[in-house]
Design a protein around this ligand. Structure first.
Ligand code: PLP
Length: 471
């Protein structure tokens, strides 16, 4: 065979063999996620040596390289483990991992028309919208909340200041409004959009840590009087810090009365709106102009799988549509890239589509319901012990609490040290958070593998290590 025949990159063994080996590694990982593991293994010598190596000039057998990859993965912090409670984790739902392998194999680009995949993306967007109960007129899959929020605020800016995408902000003063507990991705978006984070009005919250509509109305009116253009209000439906849900209905009233765009950042919490029991907490959602929801958070799918939804697709087109010679618009049709921030986009929709098909929406509702019950259980458990103190009853599935043993003078320092000790111990994975200047442990339940036993173990281990630290 001449050098120019056949693929130029080939494995050292038949590819089916490499695939079988990879499948065994995946199956082994799934088995290890089924239950907690008693500790996180440290980096071994071989992995440490690998981490020091330079660019390989020589290939190694694929089995060896896959085994090394498996070691690296096993010695990394994997969020799908049932006792991973830090940040807002994800659980690598099996059908999602399979979908990712399939999508990567076909490597379809969702920037321009990809035929069936394009149609499935639109269908999956509608399914996610239907699940959370939002009357979307359009939307797209994104790499996550950060890009969804940026996309939505780009559309809001173009609506509030038509032509700003071309002319820039010039000297036009504009502002965006949110609670002081908004996710940092909103700050980043206003910085990138030229609005400036100095013009992000991070407003006061009520006793349940929700944006105060009266403060919002006042802030907008003050800006209007000063000639500052309100671009958007961001209501958070599930804050990252405590899971507070801003009062969307009342916020929508304020926005509609003043013609201001309402964006709901539901990256974390919005899937809970799909539960009839939780729906009242999200009342008014249908009035939002745009919405972010991350399927890689509380719909259990592997990263990256965000969704941005808008009530009117034209708003995205106004902000993003363009005609470039390297993207020929035959027949004058519009492409996905005309409504998205990203160009090349993987087929992320496939995992949401397959997951809904395989499990059905009710199974997701039950899984979310269980996470909510785990949060309530933790809150009750914390209440049973004198040496534990919860911040407040959970609004969603985040339960900040802290260890307050008698005789510890600096509770903040104690809990910061406890969070570190918990991570070093490895039986549960937990992070701390600063709430009103106080250090809390901040578990979040968004994993379909977590059980009641895991929740009880969390309390037990926190008390055990906390008591040891308190000496
Ligand atoms: C409320 C909220 N918005 C946005 C984001 C950012 O999402 P991503 O990390 O997927 O970009 C997060 C992440 O935790 C979040 O909790």
């Amino acid at each position: 065979m001449s050098e120019l025949e056949g693929p130029s990159l080939r494995l050292d063994v038949p590819r089916q063999e490499a695939l079988r080996h990879a499948v065994e590694i995946i199956a082994q990982a799934w088995r290890s996620f089924d239950r907690f593991r008693p500790e996180e293994p440290p980096l071994d010598e071989r992995v440490l040596a690998l981490l020091r190596s330079g660019l390989p000039e020589q290939g190694v057998p694929v089995h060896e390289a896959l085994n090394d990859a498996a070691r690296v993965l096993d010695e990394s912090i994997a969020q799908p483990r049932p006792r991973y409670f830090a940040f807002i984790g994800s659980s690598g739902l099996e059908i999602g991992a399979i979908a990712d392998a399939l999508a990567a194999t076909y490597d379809i680009n969702l920037a321009v028309d990809a035929r069936a995949a394009t149609v499935i993306e639109q269908q999956a967007v509608r399914w996610v919208a239907a699940f959370v109960g939002y009357p979307a007129g359009g939307g797209a899959f994104t790499s996550g909340g950060t890009i969804s929020n940026m996309t939505a605020l780009s559309a809001a800016r173009e609506r509030a200041l038509p032509g700003s995408r071309h002319g820039g902000m010039a000297s036009r003063a504009a502002a965006v409004y949110c609670s002081r507990e908004v996710h940092y991705s909103i700050t980043r978006a206003v910085e990138l959009l030229g609005i400036g984070s100095a013009n992000l009005r991070a407003l006061p919250i009520d006793e349940r840590r929700r944006l105060r509509p009266d403060a919002l109305a006042e802030a907008i009116d003050r800006d209007l009087a000063a000639g500052i253009t309100p671009v958007a209000v961001v209501a958070t439906a599930g804050t990252t810090l405590t899971g507070a849900i801003d009062p969307i209905e009342e916020i929508a009233e304020v926005c509609e009365a003043r013609g201001v765009w309402l964006h709901v950042d539901g990256a974390y919490g919005l899937p809970a709106a799909g539960l009839p029991s939780m729906r009242p907490a999200f009342a008014g959602l249908e009035r939002a102009d745009s919405v972010s929801v991350d399927a890689h958070k509380w719909l259990y799918l592997p990263k990256a799988c965000g969704v941005v939804l808008v009530r009117r697709q034209e708003d995205l087109l106004a902000a993003f549509a363009h005609r470039e010679g390297y993207l020929p618009h035959q027949r004058h049709e519009l492409h996905a890239v005309d409504i998205t921030l990203e160009y090349s986009r993987p087929f992320r929709a496939l995992k949401a589509w397959l997951a809904f098909r395989v499990h059905g929406a009710p199974a997701f509702r039950r899984a979310i319901e269980r996470n909510l019950a785990e949060a309530r259980l933790l809150y009750e458990e914390v209440g049973r012990y004198e040496d534990l103190e919860a911040l407040a009853p959970p609004q969603l599935s985040i339960v900040p609490f802290r260890h307050v043993p008698p005789g510890v003078a600096d509770v903040n320092r104690h809990n910061a040290a406890l969070a570190e000790a918990l991570q070093a111990d490895g039986r549960v994975y937990l992070a701390s958070a600063l709430i009103d200047g106080e250090v809390y442990l901040r578990p979040c339940f968004v994993n379909f593998r977590t059980t009641e036993e895991d929740v009880l173990a969390l309390v037990e281990i926190v008390r055990e290590l906390g008591a040891r630290l308190a000496g």
